[in-house]
Design a protein around this ligand. Structure first.
Ligand code: TXA
Ligand code: MG
Length: 384
C-alpha cells in the first residue's frame, strides 16, 4: 500500500501569472493569444491604470475580458450588446438557457435596468453592496436578451473589489459576467485558473491576484415580497435574515438526487453539474477511522487516492495526495481555498478523491452546496 503523502499548499499564489508565450497549440481559426494585464489592486486611481484602461477599451469594443471580483474571477462583456454577450457563452461553452449576472459600479445605475426595487431589496442593497449578494429583479428591457436568457428578470450585483469597480467605471457599461471557468469546471479564484481554462479562447485576463471570498455571490429572488435564496454563497442566510426577516430557500436546493421527480430550481444555473475536479469525488460523512477506511479500501484496489481535508484532519488521514482546504474552526478559510483545492487534483495523479463534509450552517451551506455538486451527490455515510 502506498502511504506516501503529498501535501499541497493552501492558497499561496499571490503573484500575478507571467505573460504567457504564444499559444503553440493554436490551430482553430478562432484561437487567439490571451493577454495578461497585471494590476496591483492596492494602487490609487485604478481607473487610469494602463491595464484597466486597455481592458475597459476592449469591453467597449465588444470583447470579453476576465477580471477579479471579491468572490471569483468573472468573464465580463458589455451587457447591452448581444454580440459581446454571445462571446461569453461561446468561450465558456455555457448552455444558452443559463442567464448571467450584471455587474454595476454604482447603486444609482440600477433604476435604468430594473422596473422596480422593493423595500426589502433596497435594504439588502444598503446592507450588502458592494459585496457578494446578487438580487434578481424584473428587468426594464434595456439589457441584451442574451444576458437574461429571455427571462423577465435580471440578476444584478455591485462587486466589492477595487479592480472590478474600476473596470466597470472605466468601461462605462453594465458588465455581464459569469464565473470565468469552462462550464462545469470549478470557478477560478486566480488568474492562472482562468488561463488554464480559457487560454486561446479570450483576448485578455486582468490579473489582480487571488480573490478573497472564494465561493460565488448568494443569489436572492426579490421579485416577490418573500425573499428567496436561489443559490447559497458569500452572504449567509443568517446575515440576510438579520436585514429582511425570514427568507425561504428554493426547495430544489434541498434535493441531493437528480431524480425524474425532482423540482426544477428557479436559478437555471443550479440544475447543471458544476465544479467537477479531474477525478470522481466522493464525500465522506463519518469519523476519521471511517474516512481512512474508505481511502485504504480504494488504495487496496490499486487506485491512486486523493483526499480533501481540513487542517484539523491532517494528522489522521493518509492518502497518495492530500490537499488541506482550510480550518473547520474558520469556514471562510475553507470557502477561500475550495476551488483551488479541487483544481489541485490532476487526472494523472489520482483516480478518486475523498472529501470531508462541513456543517451546513452559515458559510458551510455554500461550501456544501458546491461540494455536493462537485461530487455529483456521491456521499458515503457512516451512520445509516
Ligand atoms: O460571485 C458571483 O456571483 C460571480 C462573480 C463573477 O460575480 N458570478 C457568478 O456567475 O457566479 P455565474 O454565471 O457563474 O452564476 C450566476 C448564477 C447562475 O446560477 C444563474 O442561473 C443565476 O445566477 N441567474 C442569473 N440570472 C438569473 C435570473 N434572472 N433568475 C434566476 N437566476 C439567475
Ligand atoms: Mg459559474
Amino acid at each position: 500500500m502506498n502511504q506516501k503523502t503529498e501535501k499541497s499548499k493552501t492558497i499561496t499564489n499571490k503573484t500575478p501569472v507571467n505573460q504567457p508565450a504564444v499559444n503553440k497549440s493554436a490551430t482553430a481559426k478562432d484561437e487567439q493569444q490571451t493577454k495578461i494585464l497585471p494590476v496591483d489592486k492596492s494602487v490609487r486611481r485604478l481607473e487610469s491604470h494602463p491595464s484597466i484602461q486597455e481592458a475597459a477599451s476592449m469591453l467597449r469594443n465588444g470583447e470579453v475580458v476576465a477580471f477579479p471580483t471579491e468572490t471569483v474571477y468573472g468573464l465580463g462583456a458589455d451587457a447591452l450588446s448581444d454580440a459581446a454577450i454571445n462571446k461569453i457563452y461561446l468561450a465558456k461553452g455555457r448552455p444558452a438557457d443559463n442567464p448571467l449576472i450584471v455587474h454595476l459600479s454604482d447603486r444609482d445605475q440600477i433604476s435604468e435596468y430594473v422596473t422596480s426595487v422593493s423595500e426589502k431589496a433596497r435594504r439588502l442593497m444598503k446592507a450588502f453592496w458592494p459585496g457578494p449578494l446578487t438580487l434578481v429583479l424584473e428587468h426594464s428591457g434595456k439589457l441584451s436578451a442574451q444576458v437574461t436568457a429571455n427571462l423577465s428578470t435580471v440578476a444584478v450585483r455591485i462587486p466589492d473589489h477595487p479592480v472590478a469597480l474600476a473596470l466597470i467605471t472605466a468601461a462605462n457599461r453594465p458588465i455581464a459576467a459569469p464565473s470565468a471557468n469552462t462550464s462545469g469546471r470549478p470557478s477560478p479564484t486566480a488568474a492562472a485558473h482562468v488561463y488554464d481554462d480559457l487560454k486561446g479562447r479570450i483576448p485578455a485576463i486582468v490579473d489582480g491576484g487571488v480573490t478573497g471570498v472564494g465561493v460565488e455571490s448568494t443569489v436572492v429572488d426579490c421579485t416577490a415580497d418573500q425573499v428567496m435564496i436561489l443559490r447559497p454563497g458569500g452572504i449567509t442566510k443568517e446575515a440576510i435574515e438579520a436585514v429582511v426577516g425570514e427568507v425561504t430557500i428554493d426547495p430544489a436546493l434541498a434535493q441531493r438526487t437528480g431524480t425524474a421527480t425532482s423540482v426544477a430550481p428557479k436559478s437555471p444555473g443550479m440544475k447543471y453539474t458544476h465544479y467537477a475536479p479531474d477525478a470522481p469525488l466522493v464525500l465522506i460523512d463519518g469519523g476519521v477511522a471511517f474516512f481512512q477506511d474508505q481511502v485504504t479500501k480504494a488504495m487496496n484496489t490499486g487506485k491512486k487516492t486523493g483526499v480533501l481535508v481540513s487542517a484539523e484532519l491532517d494528522d489522521y488521514i493518509q492518502a497518495d495526495k492530500k490537499v488541506i482546504v482550510g480550518s473547520r474552526e474558520n469556514l471562510s478559510t475553507v470557502a477561500g481555498a475550495l476551488y483551488e483545492s479541487l483544481r489541485a487534483f490532476k487526472a494523472n495523479e489520482v483516480d478518486i478523491i475523498f472529501s470531508e463534509v462541513f456543517p451546513e450552517t452559515e458559510l458551510g451551506v455554500a461550501i456544501m452546496n458546491r461540494l455536493y455538486k462537485a461530487a455529483g451527490n456521491q456521499m458515503i455515510s457512516e451512520q445509516k
